[in-house]
Design a protein around this ligand. Structure first.
Ligand SMILES: [Zn+2]
Ligand SMILES: [Zn+2]
Length: 404
């Protein structure tokens, strides 16, 4: 005999629907970016899938190692060696097949540009280093996107909620030594050093802060109802050794350099422009017709143009982000001496240091990610912003819900 289940039994959200503050429709249309798929990221992602968050973007460059298995609910022994984001995406689909998940294997600065940031509702930072948080904060602030930070140690954890506008940002508390640390870390990547700097953590601490992050994310999605009752502008601290919890206000620094915001009005969408097919020369052409012949593109990253050897005179073309340079890039191919790296922040500006004969290459060859928002310095001193909107479909795919 055939039995027919009642609607309630078929509804995975039946219990959530009974909670008066939980707005399922809002959650189902939400677009949430999770940066980092490590210990905290696993717990955050699991919560997002269970709650039915409709559109989830995951970014992480790393592969799964055996040592991750003690703190990562989404990864299994057989996944060791796989990309974290790919396994996480599969695991989320298994937990909840009705949500959209899209994963990006790479560094957050390189996988996509700011066009994604302006289309998501909330960014959840699940990071383990200051440099990545610094970048996330700068970009989130620039696009007016709220983000939620977390940090954990062996027995303590913190969560901070940064909302654009009047509240404090992550950089507000930076001292001179914090900036110095950022500058020093912006050299050549040293994987050994990165591994040694990792703070040991537990799955209990990771799940604790991740739960607070996702709870606060729900409030941000429903902003109006939670004014004065969310963690916005504040820090939640769990002190495990004493079983104490405290919440403190984060002071805002008025001269903090991270508070500049791109106004939607100064943003121009270029529906035919793409980092894979458009060249800097083509973009400069558009820019100069509109803003004057001296307009230049100001890069968000430092572009290593070439390596000059002062011993034998060999010049080697690099065209890489300076932060992506490897030790081999520094060595002269002819004589083996360490050469001088010539870098730039601008395209379209004649200089004595190097020949700008790379402007006909696609923007991607100059380290510019898809869906980037290019900053243009105009001759009158103003700034304009041009989005490579032609990349939208490629970055978000179909159904991720960023196109509304
Ligand atoms: Zn600030
Ligand atoms: Zn040489």
């Amino acid at each position: 005999m055939k039995t027919t289940k009642s609607t309630d039994e078929n509804d995975r959200y039946a219990s959530l629907r009974l909670i008066d503050w939980f707005h399922l429709e809002r959650v189902q249309t939400a677009r949430v970016m999770v940066v980092g798929a490590g210990a905290i990221g696993n717990e955050v992602l699991k919560n997002l899938a269970l709650l039915g968050v409709g559109n989830i973007l995951i970014v992480d460059p790393d592969r799964i190692e055996s040592s991750n298995l003690s703190r990562s609910i989404l990864y299994r022994e057989s996944d060791v060696g796989e990309l974290k984001v790919e396994v996480a995406e599969r695991a989320l689909r298994a937990i909840n097949p009705v949500i959209n998940v899209r994963s990006f294997a790479g560094k957050i600065e390189e996988v996509f540009g700011l066009g994604v940031w302006r289309r998501v509702d909330v960014v959840i930072g699940c990071l383990d280093n200051r440099e990545a948080r610094y970048y996330v904060n700068r970009v989130a602030r620039e696009m007016g996107t709220p983000w939620i930070n977390a940090g954990i140690g062996p027995l303590n954890g913190q969560v901070q909620v940064f909302q654009p506008g009047e509240a404090a940002c992550y950089e507000c508390h930076f001292t001179e030594s914090a900036y110095e640390e950022i500058r020093l870390s912006c050299g050549i990547r040293d994987r050994q050093m990165e591994a040694e700097q990792k703070v040991p953590t537990t799955p209990t601490l990771a799940s604790l802060v991740a739960a607070i992050q996702v709870q606060e994310m729900l409030k941000l999605l429903d902003g109006e109802s939670w004014v004065g009752r969310s963690l916005a502008g504040r820090e939640f601290k769990y002190l495990g050794s004493a079983s104490e919890v405290e919440t403190i206000s984060l002071p805002r620094r008025d001269d903090c350099p991270a508070h500049e915001r791109i106004e939607e009005g100064s943003l121009i969408e270029l529906p035919a422009a793409s980092s894979a097919t458009s060249s800097a020369a083509e973009i400069l052409d558009v820019v100069r017709r509109q803003f004057g012949a001296e307009a230049v593109i100001e890069l968000r990253h430092e572009l290593a143009v070439e390596r000059v050897c002062h011993r034998c005179g060999t010049v080697g073309r690099l065209l890489k982000r300076r932060l992506s340079l490897e030790v081999g890039d520094l060595i002269c191919g002819t004589c083996g001496l360490r050469g001088e790296i010539v870098t730039t922040h601008q395209l379209g500006l004649p200089t004595e240091d190097y020949r700008e004969d790379f402007l006909d290459l696609p923007l991607a060859a100059l380290g510019i990610p898809p869906l980037e928002i290019l900053r243009v310095l105009c001759p009158d001193g103003n700034e304009a912003y041009l989005e490579l909107t032609g990349d939208l479909q490629q970055v978000t795919g179909t159904g991720i819900g960023l196109n509304q």
